[in-house]
Ligand binder design. Sequence first.
Ligand code: SF4
Length: 375
Amino acid sequence: VNALRYLPFLKRGLVRRGPPLHLTLFVTGTCNARCRHCFHWKEVAAGVQGPGVEDVRRLADSAARLGPLLWVSFGGGEPFLRRDLPELAAAFGRHGLRHLAIPTNGLVEKQQHELAERIVRENPRTYLSVAVSFDGPPDVHDSIRQVPGGHARSMASVREYKRQAAAHGNMGVGIIVTVTSENQLVLAEHLEELVRELQPDNVTINLARGTAMETHLLDVDIARYLEVVAAKQRLMDAGLLPYYRFPLAGLAAARDRLMYEHVAAVARGQPRVHLPCTAGSLSAVVFEDGEVHPCEILGRSIGRLGDHAWDLGALWNAPAAVALRREIRDTRCKCTWECAQADNVLFHPPRWPALLLRTLHLRRGVRTPDPARLP
Ligand code: SF4
């Protein structure tokens, strides 16, 4: 993966009109866990099926006709429950997709590794990041996910993914933690244990969001969230979290730092700068039934792909999409959804000086302020 392959995306910081760069595709609503904080729990309970391979190929082809995709995330449900996941990955990979992210609970054991192996081998120009979710020490994790023994199985999965990644230049292994009211007192410490034990490439921190199965889990103390962010920062500063190995990875790591600070400020109702949201302009979410939304949060659709032979172009430039983009801009929409905020930091030129500075600091090992002490 060459740094020059990222050049076509640079101008989208300045020009918002154009193709999506980042797609989240819900490939299945089925899951082998029942996480009590899951925002998608109704679809999981119903076992909603994802789109067929042919529909995903049409979607990928139509997205490629609009322009190159930087990043696709497979959502769910548990993506690795789909045996045809490599076919879905190849639908995008054959168009030169730069990054494919697959978050997983790590509970599909043998099948998940076989599928991941096929994906990295069959899509050599795509960087695959597999990230396994943890919600705290074993008792907390297993209780939140409602899978007895799940923590140990997910740990074993990370170790096996690491063995796989060591054999490929286009694969990285991360872990994901979601801060909830039930794990907020123990997650920072456990994150340090996980990183020292598993040595992942990266950690993704989510703030519980949306319409959880148990809504009390959303009642997070932002100071505790920032402790988890600070723990990640300490681990990076100590050289224990190298980040994924792809060109411009330093920029992505710096973007994450600014993104966490922004998310915390929004959660507190005190954002110092407004980040115009790029959801619906640079990114889109495609749910299992083909409904296209700008994001996972707003609950607004720009149409259903099934009504247009899975041609994204038919929806992307239609009046409904244009009107929703305008509404997001005019209402100065803001939220804590990390996926959108990461894009918003990266594609907001006024943040570029800060982004550059953080990138240089990371490269030189200069410590940035402890986020837990931010005003
Ligand atoms: S700010 Fe959040 S809710 Fe609003 S459009 Fe962006 S991602 Fe969606």
